[in-house]
Design a binder for this molecule. Structure first.
Ligand SMILES: C[S@@+](CC[C@H](N)C(=O)[O-])C[C@H]1O[C@@H](n2cnc3c(N)ncnc32)[C@H](O)[C@@H]1O
Length: 332
């Protein structure tokens, strides 16, 4: 139902070539068994995006697409993009239609980008990519390929909307979880997992699966919510955390580094820890409803509304060693 052939052609005859066959098979099976009304409904909005000629592309803090547009086309564009709400990740500017998303993703990218190895010529996997905002920043930084994976159809279709006007076959968002990705690809130069680990009930398995996607010597960029605390400490919030009911483990940054060590990573560096601010995650007309300010204790922003420590986000960089197999007992 979504044409991934341009991406598959792009990775053919590259270091990702061994992924072509299982990926094609996985997509064929997905389309054959798909029984989900959401995707067709979202694609109806995508179909209504007007045909426009993109004359300028700027992949900077705001991902901006520009060109001539008349009032009627602008109305059609706005209506179709509103049909794809909520826009959590951005900001984007489509021909003057400003999508001021709930999250200022540019702020996270500014925290992460200075610490990572150059992306020039790299094949990148972005796990939990959302709509691919960061993927565009990675492309601008020189990545040869960005494969986003995200199980949310809305993310997938929002990416299609952006890429309708950029038309870049080397950047895609595939509708998969990391767990469903072809195992042991051992192919990506850099793997990002940003904002996903705390959603995983089994965070060590998540690290193990990230490692399996990396080539030996490749780099992991891990970003997740942490708590203040010593090595070994982590919070398993009972009930909700900042109104989210799918938050499992919030380790201290030192614990996270320990977990990475246990899973066989080396050169582990905690490069940033930042309290999430209501400037970064805020109310937006493009994501109606609540936002971070509503999830914090109104009298004490150092706590969530449930009384847990408010979100601090850490970025950790680590390397998969070139010549090391995990010991049998580590694999379970
Ligand atoms: C909090 S958002 C983070 C998005 C983006 N990476 C960022 O840092 O802003 C988490 C994303 O991960 C996706 N996700 C959840 N579980 C996942 C899994 N097991 N594998 C891949 N993506 C997952 C969700 O659909 C969601 O888009």
């Amino acid at each position: 139902m979504i044409n991934y052939q341009p991406f598959i052609n792009h990775i053919s005859n590259t270091r990702l070539d061994h992924w072509v066959k299982p990926l094609t098979q996985q997509l064929d099976e997905l389309w054959a068994t798909l029984n989900d009304g959401n995707l067709p409904r979202m694609l109806e909005h995508w179909d209504k995006l007007p045909e426009l000629e993109t004359q300028e592309i700027s992949l900077s803090d705001t991902v901006q697409l520009g060109g001539l547009i008349d009032e009627l086309e602008k109305d059609q564009l706005t209506t179709a993009l509103k049909g794809l709400m909520p826009w959590r990740k951005g900001p984007f500017d489509f021909f003057g239609v400003d999508i001021d998303s709930e999250w200022r993703c540019d702020l996270k990218w500014q925290r992460v980008a200075p610490h990572i190895s150059s992306l020039v010529g790299r094949h990148v996997l972005d796990v939990g990519s959302g709509n691919g905002y960061y993927g565009w920043r990675m492309k601008a930084a020189g990545a040869a390929t960005v494969a986003g994976i995200d199980p949310s159809w809305l993310s997938v279709v929002q990416h299609l909307a952006v890429n309708k006007y950029i038309n870049d076959p080397s950047h895609t968002v595939l509708p998969f979880t990391l767990e469903a990705l072809t195992p042991n690809l051992e192919a990506f130069d850099t793997v990002f997992s940003m904002g996903v680990l705390y959603h995983r009930r089994s965070p060590l398995d998540h690290l193990f699966e990230l490692r399996a996607a990396l080539r030996p010597g490749g780099e992991l960029v891990l970003e997740t919510i942490v708590i203040e605390g010593k090595e070994g400490e982590s919070l398993v919030p009972i009930g909700r955390y900042a109104r989210m009911n799918n938050v499992w483990f919030l380790p201290s940054a030192a614990t996270l580094a320990q977990w990475l060590d246990k899973m066989g990573f080396i050169d582990i560096q905690i490069v940033d820890q930042t309290i999430t601010s209501t400037d970064e995650q805020r109310h937006s007309n493009w994501k109606p409803g609540t936002s971070l300010a509503d999830y914090l204790d109104p009298n004490d922003h150092s706590k969530t509304i449930e009384g847990h420590p408010a979100p601090i986000r850490a970025t950790i960089i680590a390397t998969k060693p070139v010549n090391q197999r995990l010991k049998r007992y580590d694999l379970g």
